[in-house]
Design a protein around this ligand. Structure first.
Ligand SMILES: [Zn+2]
Length: 392
């Protein structure tokens, strides 16, 4: 642990697209960056060595899952999440809210917080903005997220307004708690990463007026970075892009911006074009386990019978281990045979494709040719290529 305080330095801009460096207590992250999702402290199917080899700069882990099992106190006694899982690069943790709203049973929400039952054993828990900050302090991630309220899409304007206002009040409570944790005045909490940053979350659904107000109220509280939440929940792509485009101008230029839960390769490029710096999504890893590969020419379903005797690599333009050593025919066989390796090899490829795309985005921004990159990237994705599935 370098112990460097959190900071963000913009190095290049190209239109609304930005390239920068985020410094954390566990090292630097070049942005725009994609975070692989390591729900239980591991990316499913991969070792940390694989992640490192693929160029992962930062890992996302889920507070809800780690809080329920093995417990944040147990992890704090092991010295924090980095030491517990053996990953010494930056980690971002979510607040646990999204899983409480999507996974937990018998959930009730009021001004105080969210009461829920564990999906594992039915035990009762209360997640408040303060508790979410405490759990993440014990985990010791480099970036902690505030607890926000997640509404279903679509929801009417008045419901979204009420929820956005509650999220803003929760943000202020989360920040006060973070300041107590930093001052060492939170009894019973083991702070395992003194340099932990905290990001606020802009809500407001698909309503521009609410997004603008949410951004202003969140920025007024004051955080080290800002996330755009509540998107990638079923709204049309064009709506998501429009909300992002209207929200980023309301955020400070000199701080990182994180689009939570997005998305497809197209989403990454389109959101960078609208000023986003950080992403996370389960798509590359989850779809890999289901046999869907992201390639530079669109998506490819390895289960498809047409690949039974196809000797080509999944993506001829990819330099990952899977593409260098495996044919589509072999990967299809492994998938059909239910081999564990099918998940590992497919995940290695998909993650490599996402991380390589981010590297190409960063290079394009640095050279002032992001727009031409974006056009060529999107055209290639939608181009039919003999043997490769058309995009879905
Ligand atoms: Zn590959």
């Amino acid at each position: 642990m370098s112990g460097a305080p959190f900071s963000f330095q913009l190095t290049h801009t190209d239109g609304a697209a930005r390239r920068g460096v985020m410094t954390t207590p566990h090292g630097e992250v070049e942005t725009p960056a994609f975070m692989a999702v390591g729900t239980q402290g591991a990316v499913k199917g991969l070792t940390h060595r694989d992640l490192d080899g693929a160029g992962s700069q930062i890992l996302l882990s889920n507070t809800y899952h780690l809080y329920l099992r093995p417990g944040d106190a147990l992890i704090a006694r092991r010295g924090g999440l980095h030491r517990f899982i053996g990953w010494q690069k930056p980690i971002l943790t979510d607040s646990g809210g999204y899983q409480v709203f999507s996974l937990a049973e018998r959930r009730t929400v009021d001004e105080h917080g969210a009461r829920f039952r564990s999906h594992l054993d039915g035990s009762s828990h209360l997640l408040t903005p303060e508790k979410a900050a405490d759990i993440q302090a014990q985990l010791g991630s480099d970036i902690a997220m505030v607890l926000d309220e997640c509404l279903a899409y679509p929801s009417p304007h008045d419901a979204v307004r009420a929820s956005m206002e509650r999220t803003a009040r929760w943000a202020a409570r989360a920040r006060r708690r973070q300041e107590q944790l930093r001052a060492g005045s939170a009894d019973g909490v083991i702070v395992t990463n003194a340099g932990q940053a905290q990001f606020g979350i802009v809500q407001g659904g698909v309503f521009p007026d609410l997004r603008e107000e949410s951004a202003k109220r969140t920025v007024d509280v004051g955080f080290e970075g800002y996330a755009v939440g509540g998107l990638s929940v079923g709204e049309p792509n064009a709506v998501m892009y429009d909300v992002v485009a209207r929200t980023t101008p309301c955020l400070p230029v000199d701080q990182p911006r994180y689009l939570m839960g997005a998305g497809t390769p197209e989403d990454l490029v389109e959101a960078v074009a609208r000023g986003i710096d950080l992403f996370d999504c389960v798509l590359p890893t989850r779809n890999a386990r289901n046999g869907q590969l992201f390639t530079s020419r669109g998506r490819l379903n390895i289960k498809n019978a047409r690949y039974a005797e196809d000797d080509r690599p999944p993506d001829p333009d990819c330099s990952c281990y899977t593409c260098r050593s495996c044919s589509r025919a072999y990967l299809r066989h492994l998938f059909n045979a239910g081999e564990i390796n099918a998940s590992t090899l497919n995940t290695l490829h998909n993650l490599h494709f996402y991380l390589d795309t981010m590297q190409r985005i960063r290079n394009a921004i640095a050279f002032g040719r992001f727009d031409s990159f974006r056009l060529a990237f999107l055209q290639a994705l939608s181009r039919r290529n003999g043997g490769t599935d058309p995009p879905e």
